[in-house]
Design a protein around this ligand. Structure first.
Ligand code: TPP
Length: 176
């Protein structure tokens, strides 16, 4: 199909219905193990998905099956459709919760790319029979104060003028 070219290589699914991604990733990991594949599966999910019971069922299954080929990344931006994620359902202490579910946990500033890359390396090279999760604390629109402070950023729309202004602000922040 000619339309296939538009897909991002290596990205097998996107999850619009919250809470399905981690379970699907667990299925992929089990399939790879059956084929004796050394490939990893990466699942990026949101803090809104921590409200879904299916996410925690998948988390239990992942450690039950010792899925050391699974690296999950959760974007903890404290935003979702109806306001702050933390106001919808208590989720902390996330590090302890995932540890209790049998996962190896890294927690980093998700806007710090070097820290994220290090966490990926640590997760991949762990050498323990556990699924791994990188908890990323992030801020939407980081570095552009007028967007950072906008309410209900889940629905953030940036018009052409704002986009230009944001790019200028980000450019000024760059090292010369
Ligand atoms: C199972 C399910 N329930 C409800 C929704 C409606 N919904 C769409 S986006 C959203 C909030 C998502 O929050 P998050 O994924 O944390 O998004 P972010 O603001 O970080 O992009 C909700 C509840 C949905 N997509 N799926």
């Amino acid at each position: 199909m000619s339309g296939m070219a538009a897909y991002t290589p290596g990205m097998e699914i996107t999850g619009g219905s919250l809470g399905h991604g981690l379970g699907i990733a667990v299925g992929f990991c089990l399939g790879l193990k059956r084929k004796s594949s050394k490939n990893f599966v990466y699942n990026l999910f949101s803090d809104g998905e921590l409200n879904e019971g299916s996410t925690w069922e998948a988390a239990m299954a992942a450690s039950h099956w010792k899925l050391d080929n699974l690296v999950a990344i959760v974007d903890v931006n404290d935003q979702q459709a109806d306001g702050p994620s933390s106001a919808m359902s208590s989720r902390e202490p996330l590090h302890d919760r995932f540890t209790a579910f049998g996962w190896h946990v890294e927690r980093v500033d998700g806007n710090d790319i070097d820290a994220v890359v290090k966490a990926f390396d640590a997760a991949r090279n762990l050498g323990e029979p556990k699924p791994r999760i990188i908890i990323c604390d992030t801020k939407m629109a980081k570095g552009v104060k007028f967007l950072e402070e906008r309410e209900m950023n889940h629905f953030l729309r940036v018009d052409a003028d704002e986009w230009q202004k944001a790019l200028e602000i980000l450019d000024q922040g760059k090292p010369a």
